[in-house]
Design a protein around this ligand. Structure first.
Ligand code: FES
Length: 187
């Protein structure tokens, strides 16, 4: 075989090798690009799905409004429909309902407090004698209107959204409230 023949054959091999590595590099670049896109897109899609789920509000029926005497605060417990099958007993939660009576337009007014302390979430207890909510964990105290009175809580009790339907009081199923994600903005 002549030198020219050997040269052209090794040139062809070099070309094949170069083409192979170019395709390999392209393949790796595309794969990394797809992974990076997925890393950004998946959280965004989950966020959108979460927003859609949020719009699908679940309401909990607490019963006829005459269960709640005007000017009193009552604890109402229920199984939270936001719970998961594996939550067990922890899906049972409660709220404090205070009937404020009728407003100037003759409409019944309520305030519904989460049982979770605004500090670290321990369930608070209502003491009608003193007109205070007290937290057993770190001594947080709240007035009867839910405002913080003393102790470590950074704010007043969280409030649930409520509505009246056919003479019954309904509340928006409460998730675990936090400063970043309260149940209802108190303003
Ligand atoms: S959890 Fe209530 S004061 Fe800390």
């Amino acid at each position: 075989m002549s030198n020219t023949g050997r040269d052209s054959s090794s040139f062809a091999k070099d070309l094949d090798r170069r083409t192979f590595f170019q395709w390999l590099l392209l393949g790796i670049t595309v794969a990394v690009g797809l992974l990076a896109t997925a890393a950004f897109a998946i959280p965004f899609i989950l966020y959108l799905m979460g927003s859609l789920r949020k719009r699908n509000t679940l309401w909990v029926n607490l019963g006829p409004i005459d269960k709640f005497p005007v000017g009193e605060t009552r604890l109402e417990t229920f199984a939270n429909p936001l719970g998961q099958p594996w939550d067990g007993m922890t899906a049972n939660t409660g709220v404090y309902v205070r009937n404020l009576g009728k407003n100037g337009d003759g409409n019944e007014q309520f305030v519904v407090f989460s049982v979770n302390c605004a500090h670290l979430g321990c369930p608070v207890t209502w003491f009608p004698q003193s007109g205070l909510f007290m937290c057993p964990c770190h001594g947080g105290v709240y007035y009867e209107n839910g405002e913080r009175a003393s102790g470590p809580p950074p704010r007043g009790l969280y409030q649930c959204a409520w509505q009246l339907r056919d003479g019954k009081l309904e509340i928006q199923a409460p998730h675990y409230p936090t400063l970043q994600n309260p149940l209802k903005d108190r303003g």
